[in-house]
Design a protein around this ligand. Structure first.
Ligand code: NIG
Ligand code: FE
Length: 419
């Protein structure tokens, strides 16, 4: 057994519990002034006053001096597309000149541009691109990421992407939770008959990925011009049989009713929700499906934002993610997402912190194990350079993270990787 004691923090700030928080409770954080945290192997075994710790436990193997910084849970990012080849900064520039995301996609760019580059890349090239991205996630305080495939859109490349995710999880301190998003788009070779592609997914690609055990969950881009409600329903019909949780790209560009469908299917999460309808909000509020909002995508596509305040007031379990991908949100930074959640969507800092930790853990089915700093949970935490939790967003546009502990190991020290 190895032990690590985090001491010298100004305060430890964390949501509490093992389920998503909503309504008033979303903004309720526990604040322990001057508390220490003891980690033994991967687990938190004590959070409380220093003298109480010293009376109960032997001296630790290692001490991390937080030097007056604020301690928070590590961020959990529940919606990312971190495996890809190529780059799409040309599209970014076209959008700045007024072209829309969908128009660029229909002219051969968009998701299919990354599909071309990703199909052409081998395993080592994809792994070599993904590992440094995980370093960037970690440096910005993210300790667990959900990771989607979806730039292969054929069996071989979808499998390769999921194998890259598995290998990255093995090699990198950040935990990756794999999702099959083979239903991300209709590939060019099936554009003439999208139904043929839906059948191929249902009859061949999804069953094979399930058989290989490469995914924990499945996702579909349910959107006008991609997969409609009926196709999405068919694509997800076997998820339970495969033991897969369900995520849904829902109501991102048009109000199609994806939120309602996610609730009907008992999904872990409905994501994006920029155009969620009143009925969709009502359905989410009455369910355990977490509403994952992606304000980085709105910012980067210069579109409107999801109605976070209305959703919180209605009682939805709101969470936040980067949507890290080369097209619509090329960032690994959860502090940036929290800045947007507060400054652009009107959330409070406290709400945003819960929405980026405990509620995101719930969105990937892990709230029993991560997402808060409590005895029995994984020792995944960050130490800020500054003494209060407000500094996650207040000093914006810089990286506020000084130290990261992942599974009880000190992996980022003074803003530098030491893993
Ligand atoms: O979540 N909406 C679909 N998928 C991604 C975009 C991926 C891309 O443009 O490459 C998203 O925004
Ligand atoms: Fe996405």
């Amino acid at each position: 057994m190895t032990s690590l004691l985090v001491r010298g923090a100004s305060r430890v700030v964390t949501p509490s519990g093992t389920t998503a928080r909503r309504g008033e409770a979303l903004g309720e954080l526990a604040k322990y002034e001057g508390a220490v945290i003891r980690c033994e192997d991967e687990e938190i075994v004590f959070v409380g006053p220093s003298d109480e710790h010293d009376g109960k436990f032997p001296p630790p193997d290692e001490v991390l001096d937080a030097a007056g910084g604020c301690v928070l849970p590590g961020f959990v990012d529940p919606h990312t597309h971190p495996v890809w080849a190529g780059s799409r900064e040309d599209e970014f520039n076209r959008r700045l000149r007024g072209e829309s995301y969908m128009a660029i996609a229909r002219s051969g760019g968009g998701i299919n541009a990354t599909v071309r580059a990703t199909r052409a890349a081998g395993f080592d090239e994809l792994l070599g691109g993904t590992l440094p991205r995980l370093d960037t996630f970690l440096l910005h305080g993210t300790t667990t990421v959900e990771a989607k495939s979806g730039y292969g859109l054929d069996l071989a490349t979808e499998v390769r992407m999921l194998e890259v995710i598995r290998e990255t999880d093995r090699r990198h301190p950040v935990d990756l939770v794999p999702t099959c998003l083979a239903a991300h788009e209709v590939p060019p070779e099936h554009r003439d008959d999208p139904e043929r592609w839906v059948r191929l997914l249902v009859e061949t690609i999804h069953p094979e990925i399930a058989r290989l055990g490469l995914a924990e969950a499945v996702d579909v881009f349910c959107e006008e011009g991609v997969f409609d409600l009926d196709q999405t329903r068919r694509l997800l019909a076997d998820a339970g049989r495969y033991g897969w949780g369900i995520h849904l790209h829902a109501d991102e560009l048009t109000p199609l009713g994806g939120a309602e469908l996610a609730v009907e299917l008992g999904a872990l999460s409905a994501d994006h929700l920029v155009h969620v309808t009143d009925r969709g909000i009502e359905a989410l509020a009455g369910s355990d499906t977490v509403a994952v909002l992606l304000p980085g995508t709105s910012f980067f596509l210069r579109s409107s934002y999801a109605p976070a305040r209305r959703m919180i007031e209605a009682g939805c379990a709101v969470a936040l993610a980067t949507d890290c991908n080369p097209g619509s949100s090329p960032t690994e930074s959860m502090p940036m997402i929290l800045a947007l959640a507060t400054l652009a969507m009107g959330m409070t800092v406290e709400e945003a912190i819960t929405a980026a930790t405990l509620n995101t853990a719930a969105a990937i089915g892990r709230a029993d194990a991560i997402g808060s700093l409590e005895v029995g949970k994984h020792a995944d935490l960050v130490v800020l350079w500054e003494p209060t939790h407000f500094h996650v967003v207040y000093h914006y546009g810089i990286n506020p993270i000084r130290h990261v502990v992942k599974n009880g190991r000190h992996v980022v020290k003074n803003g530098r990787l030491i893993h």
